[in-house]
Design a protein around this ligand. Structure first.
Ligand code: DP6
Length: 326
């Protein structure tokens, strides 16, 4: 019983930051994202009676013991659901090297879920896979459906899941991932979510987020790029205000992060329309229209200290593939 899946990372337009139920990763608010075509994980999972112990490995990097343990915990959920007791072999490969500062939990846990469920003989729907992936890492549930995705917060295990709002080909917009530092982030997002509870702004943010969700949905529906971008940028700053006012405060930005943010705003005032968003790290994502992607890339590579720019278009969600990694 062996299966392999490929899954994209995703960028959140409306962010997931703070949990209603941390144990089962039910978020405080719904979120909206776009799957990314050029940042993905491929994972092969095999269960076999001939394996004597669980083995977890990554092709281009190294897993810490903690990371391995989190993967095995997810495999245990799959084993339990499928009634499988065999030991497992998991091999995973990111198309980006580990340590670029690109978070891999969304693509990683969604690929693991799709490959693992199939290898264990489970036949789950997109909805079922999204619910299961969420238990591994919240944002992973958004990498299961195609294209532009909403994760409905829900209020229980069964009701907290993601579904596609629009397919990948719906709108030609891009996410330029600007690699600023190759260092791992200082505070892992799982810890950051719980620290958010200390921010006096957390519940203000949650109360206001519904309005921003409406704005993003309207912008998507009408393909109104300025409305979309304005909403995305305001949302990112809002989440970072919560991060910065946690106790202790979390400042994910580096000086280069701010330099790129300001450049994006300056270019927008001149001749090039784009909007930034930032997750739990120093990397800046620039959302722009496809026609402008090369122009942005040219300008960004002229800024000293920018290590790389990865251009992404909207992508399909997680898929089974035929080529196994072992
Ligand atoms: C800032 O999904 O990594 O990227 O559920 O604890 O694994 P866990 O958290 P995770 O959080 C992602 C947070 C974010 C915003 C987002 O992607 O919505």
């Amino acid at each position: 019983m062996k299966a392999t899946a490929k899954s994209p990372a995703n960028i959140a337009f409306i962010k997931y930051w703070g949990k209603k139920d941390p144990k089962i990763r039910v978020p405080l608010n719904s979120s909206i994202s776009m799957n990314l075509s050029n940042i993905y994980t491929v994972t092969t999972v095999e269960f076999s009676p001939s394996f004597e112990r669980d083995e977890v490995d990554i092709v281009n990097g190294e897993f810490s013991e903690k990371e391995k343990q989190r993967i095995i915990e997810h495999i245990d959920r799959i084993r339990k659901k499928a009634g499988v007791q065999y030991k497992v072999k998991v091999l995973t490969k990111n198309n980006f090297p580990k340590g670029t500062g690109i978070a891999s939990s969304a693509s990683g846990f969604s690929a693991l879920t799709v490959a693992g469920a199939k290898a264990a003989g489970l036949n789950l729907s997109t909805k079922g896979l999204s619910i299961l992936a969420r238990l591994g890492s919240g944002s992973a549930c958004r990498s299961i459906p195609d294209g532009f995705v909403e994760w409905q917060a829900g209020n229980s295990h069964e009701t907290s899941l993601a579904y596609s709002l629009y397919s990948a080909s719906y709108w030609e917009i891009c996410d330029l991932v600007v690699i600023i530092s190759k260092k791992e982030k200082k505070i892992a997002s799982t810890k950051g979510h719980s620290m958010a509870q200390e921010s006096p702004f957390l519940m203000l943010r949650v109360d206001a987020v519904e309005k921003r969700i409406k704005q993003i949905k309207k912008a998507l529906k009408n393909k109104d790029f300025s409305l979309l971008g304005g909403g995305i940028e305001a949302e990112a700053l809002n989440m970072h205000a919560v991060m910065m006012t946690s106790n202790p405060p979390i400042i994910y930005w580096l000086p280069k992060t701010l330099e790129v943010m300001l450049a994006v705003q300056k270019w927008r005032g001149e001749d090039l329309e784009g909007y930034f968003t930032i997750d739990a790290g120093p990397i800046v994502h620039i959302i722009c229209q496809k026609k402008d992607a090369n122009k942005f890339k040219e300008r960004l590579t002229k800024i000293s200290g920018i290590k790389d720019v990865i251009v992404n278009e909207p992508a399909e969600g997680a898929r089974l593939v035929n080529q196994h990694l072992f």
